[in-house]
Design a protein around this ligand. Structure first.
Ligand SMILES: Nc1ncnc2c1ncn2[C@@H]1O[C@H](COP(=O)(O)OP(=O)(O)OP(=O)(O)O)[C@@H](O)[C@H]1O
Ligand SMILES: [Mg+2]
Length: 336
């Protein structure tokens, strides 16, 4: 006779295709009932299309056949993704200015958190200029059903949703007015089955307009990370972003100064190509901690272009992850 534990383990670890995470990770298991004549498994149907349901039923039957359970009934019950999502930390990455490296920082941060053993997702809130699928080399379209969408798994298992994944071709343009963009971001939050996640990183488009406003108003973000480069123009715009987050009463977890310097190992010399680092001064001025100073790394840009950002390894990435974990998870008694 098989133990209840072995049965539960076998059910929990069945993998949902596309998102490549387990039934348990996605919070889909409602009830497992052991009867005299077999086992009945009740699953939530959130974001599971008919084909995925059939696949899961077959996988469950195969997994339990290995335990010598022959009769397995799988039932699917109407539940919305939002009711299954348990995301511990939601962090938005923003900047007043374009091209400073928000998406690169979002991606590196997600990679660092994932490497640190945190289950991580990325919500690409840059609807008209999505860059996540390209950086992670994602090709598959998201699976879904009438009541939801499954994120797509990256090579290292980060769950990603992005408008580019849904377009007929990556190059297709999204020409939408603000209300539609707002709606898309809200759907990415409420209608995507994220399941249980330690971290969801939200990559915002540049500026302080509709998208950041939508994210701050309709998603319970824990805090905001602001990306800047050492240019003075950027500094002013960063202050705008800081002001916006403060007005919206969203804590700013910190500033990341990107493209701060270029290091030439042969000469053991740092070149501050965009001017002297302003991260520390900016942090002091705004009262926001400086989380990380990232150098210009040609390897990063190359790997991002090749869709292999997950292969990028650098001490700065690890430090960025650690700084964010520290800022986000610090225990109440250590909070100042
Ligand atoms: N630290 C870095 N070293 C080298 N290249 C970088 C670095 N950070 C970003 N880049 C490169 O700079 C370009 C812009 O970066 P990215 O797309 O991350 O910026 P962004 O702020 O998200 O832009 P947008 O405002 O368009 O969303 C990309 O080609 C990226 O690969
Ligand atoms: Mg971007």
């Amino acid at each position: 006779m098989v133990t209840e534990q072995a049965l539960n383990d076998a059910v929990k670890t069945v993998i949902v295709p596309g998102v490549e995470r387990s039934l348990d990770d996605l919070n889909l298991i409602q009830k497992i009932t052991i009867r005299e004549d077999g086992v009945e498994i009740a699953l939530a149907n959130a974001a599971l299309g008919v084909e995925v349901q059939e696949y899961l039923t077959d996988s469950l039957r195969a997994a339990l056949a290995a335990l010598k359970i022959k009769t397995v009934t799988v039932t699917y019950h109407e539940v919305k993704p939002i009711d299954l999502n348990h995301i511990t930390h939601v962090v938005a990455v923003m900047s007043g200015k374009g091209g400073v490296g928000k998406s690169s920082v979002s991606a590196m941060l997600a990679v660092a958190l994932n490497r640190a053993g945190k289950s991580t997702g990325i919500l690409d809130a840059d609807i008209t200029g999505s860059s996540m699928p390209k950086m992670f080399g994602l090709k598959n379209r998201p699976l879904g059903s009438e009541n939801g969408i499954l994120p797509v798994a990256s090579a290292s298992g980060i769950s990603i949703i992005s408008m580019n994944l849904m377009l007929p071709e990556q190059e297709s343009a999204v020409i939408w007015r603000a209300p539609l963009l707002t709606k898309a971001i809200q759907q990415f939050w409420g209608e995507v089955l994220w399941g249980k996640l330690d971290y969801l990183i939200i990559d915002l488009p540049p500026g302080t307009a509709d998208a950041p406003l939508t994210v701050m108003q309709s998603i319970p973000i824990q805090g905001v990370i602001i990306v800047s480069t050492p240019q003075s123009l950027v500094e002013m715009i960063v202050k705008k972003a800081v002001n916006m987050a403060q007005k919206m009463q969203k804590p700013i977890l910190g500033i990341v100064e990107n493209m701060s310097y270029f290091y030439v190992p042969e000469l053991k010399k740092k070149y501050e190509l965009f001017g002297k680092s302003k991260g520390a001064a900016l942090a002091k001025d705004t009262g926001v901690p400086l989380l990380a100073i990232l150098p210009i790394e040609p390897d990063l840009a190359r790997l991002a272009d090749e869709g292999k950002i997950e292969l990028y390894e650098a001490p700065s990435v690890k430090l960025l992850g650690e700084a964010v974990i520290q800022a986000v998870e610090k225990k109440p008694e250590t909070l100042k």
